[in-house]
Design a protein around this ligand. Structure first.
Ligand code: AMP
Length: 307
């Protein structure tokens, strides 16, 4: 299998200055696989839901080529629930509720057809589960990318360090990078993270784009400027899904291709925030992404001849 993703499949309740939702489908694994399905058909997900999770969403995921053999459905139990409220800047948010439910005792089972996976995306989930998946795969994938969040830094620091040491790419946002390294500037934070294990570090800055670090090199990617942002939830996961999906499709791990993958991630993430939950992402085609990349190209292109 080309790509396997681990990550929460969830219900979210979101509040922004522009509106409020009841429980809608969310979860890191959901956003990642929906985004990567734009590029990769041969992919699977490892996660767990309760019997309250809608069959319709699973049908939509299968329709996009996402294999769900690794998605456990626990009878009589409830799906993971997260609720968050965004501040007026729409960039920062506070978590109101985290109910782990089925995630609390999640023991990932890896279907045999996932065993030869080439690209592994460890989406936001307990670092113990993330590491268990690496250990249970009979062969190390060509590339392991990982996302995490402040919640796991607060409750599982040592486990998180052990997992970070095993991955090739760490994708986190600026606040998380600061919390993880206790450094203020993102360049210093990236060097510290490099010392923890990952060769490639991506630091996302919400509406201000993302930075890619490798060796002594850095690439600055813009975010697509939008007139209206409805719901930033899942933007980071969508970015990660676009990034890893593009890499899995092109199968080229050079720094130049990583730069392209970051741009692709940025372009796809800009769709996901236009509506609540996974709705906009479900409607996004590869042609839409292509067009947004062209626009990104235009708005960042400049020439200076003489000073
Ligand atoms: P993002 O906006 O990219 O940081 O991702 C938000 C998604 O992460 C939401 O859909 C949540 O369901 C999910 N999420 C929130 N907290 C956790 C957690 N502690 N573990 C796993 N997934 C989480």
């Amino acid at each position: 299998m080309r790509l396997v993703t681990v990550g929460s499949v969830a219900f979210d309740a979101i509040e922004t200055p522009f509106g409020k939702t009841d429980k809608i489908v969310g979860g890191a694994g959901t956003f990642i696989t929906l985004a990567s399905s734009i590029f990769v058909k041969d992919q699977g997900i490892i996660s767990v839901v309760g019997e309250d999770f809608p069959e319709q969403t699973m049908k939509e995921m299968r329709k996009r080529g996402i294999n769900l053999d690794g998605l456990q459905i626990k009878k009589g139990e409830k799906t993971f629930f997260w609720s968050g409220k965004y501040h007026d800047d729409m960039n920062s948010r506070e978590t109101k509720v985290t109910e782990l439910n089925v995630l609390e005792h999640f023991d990932p089972v890896i279907p045999q057809k996932y065993w030869d996976c080439e690209y592994l995306m460890l989406g936001n989930l307990s670092p113990v589960v993330q590491r268990t998946v690496i250990e249970r795969l009979p062969k190390r994938p060509k590339l392991i990318a990982m996302d995490t969040m402040n919640f796991w830094m607060d409750v599982a620091w040592d486990e998180l360090m052990k997992t970070i040491a095993l991955v090739d790419v760490l994708i986190i946002n600026d606040d998380e990078a600061r919390q993880l390294t206790k450094e203020y500037t993102l360049l210093k934070a990236a060097s510290r993270i490099k010392a923890m294990g990952p060769k490639f570090i991506i630091i996302k800055k919400g509406e201000h784009g993302a930075l890619l670090f490798y060796g002594g090199r850095v690439f600055v990617a813009p975010a697509f400027p939008l007139e209206e942002v409805f719901d930033p939830t899942g933007a980071g996961d969508t970015f990660a899904g676009g990034f890893v999906g593009y890499l899995a499709k092109t199968d080229d791990l050079s720094f130049e291709n990583m730069k392209r993958a970051v741009i692709v991630g940025s372009a796809i993430a800009s769709f996901s925030v236009e509506k609540f939950g996974t709705q906009r992402l479900m409607e996004t085609s590869i042609e839409d992404v292509e067009q947004r990349i062209e626009e990104l190209n235009t708005i960042t292109d400049f020439e200076i001849n003489n000073l």
